[in-house]
Design a protein around this ligand. Structure first.
Ligand SMILES: Nc1ncnc2c1ncn2[C@@H]1O[C@H](COP(=O)(O)OP(=O)(O)OP(=O)(O)O)[C@@H](O)[C@H]1O
Ligand SMILES: [Mg+2]
Length: 244
């Protein structure tokens, strides 16, 4: 009798093959009654640790909503979000916030920098909140600002910086503590394509060196070519073959 050959799963070889982040049948409805808006639905995701994933889709397709759910900044109406197998919405808020500050890096569509603090202070403050070793914070903050080409302007406050420069400070702040997971909402929207690619290279470097996982929204076709997977959203749902 012929021996059956064991099937070899065709998966990208990765140092960290387990999913770090999962969404199981996630749905989010804002409001109720006649004005209810279903922002995302039927979302199933398995994001492998150490991978880079881009979310794309038209304005209003649900990208920001989904990122907020993955960051546990918002609760799904239905379904679950799991980080390393743990359901985030079941954690007490204190633990969830500790998780967010220490393991997660967040880049928002509106950068959320503190206007009265310099670029350096914004990054250093985030490190303090993340609870990293205080002795190393100065070096880490300066290094992160250098990664995004902002070290020379680090004494300036956000209102004295251009939109793209503020965005780069927000990125430095999100990655300075070298999070396990980076969730970034259009992190290169304000950057020209050269600077956008430089920032993505910084992400890629952290993925390769530290096993960081990245989920980011983007409209940039150049970036979609660099990431490991592209997920397309249409009207709040993941589509296999996007129309555009
Ligand atoms: N708090 C809210 N209350 C009601 N509706 C909301 C709320 N937040 C988002 N929505 C709606 O949910 C849908 C998805 O919005 P979302 O912000 O996720 O889109 P997006 O893909 O990020 O768009 P963009 O590319 O413009 O940033 C939109 O129709 C939006 O109007
Ligand atoms: Mg958005």
């Amino acid at each position: 009798m012929k021996m059956e050959t064991p099937s070899i799963p065709i998966v990208k070889q990765s140092q960290h093959p387990d999913p770090i982040l999962q969404a199981v049948n996630v749905k989010k409805v804002f409001g109720r009654g006649e004005t209810a808006v279903t922002a995302v639905k039927n979302i199933h995701l398995d994001i492998a640790a150490g991978s880079m994933v881009a979310l794309k889709g038209r304005s209003g397709s649900g990208k920001t909503t989904l990122l907020n759910l993955l960051a546990a900044l918002d609760q799904p109406t239905e379904g679950q979000v799991l980080f390393n197998g743990q359901e985030l919405s079941r954690l007490p808020e204190k633990q969830r916030s500790l998780w967010r500050r220490s393991q997660l890096g967040l880049v928002f569509q509106a950068f959320g920098l503190i206007p009265l603090m310099s670029a350096y202070e914004n990054v250093e403050f985030a490190l303090r909140i993340a609870g990293t070793d205080k002795k190393l914070n100065k070096e880490r903050a300066e290094t992160a600002l250098e990664w995004v080409g902002m070290k020379s302007r680090m004494k300036h406050r956000p209102p004295e910086l251009s939109g793209g420069e503020q965005q780069r400070v927000a990125i430095a702040r999100a990655i300075a503590h070298e999070p396990l997971l980076l969730l970034a909402d259009e992190p290169t929207a304000e950057l020209d394509s050269r600077m956008g690619l430089q920032v993505i290279k910084v992400f890629r470097d952290l993925v390769e060196r530290r096993g960081m996982t990245v989920v980011m929204t983007t409209h940039d076709p150049g970036i979609m070519e660099i990431v490991d997977h592209v997920i397309a959203l249409e009207d709040g749902e993941i589509v296999a073959e996007p129309k555009s």
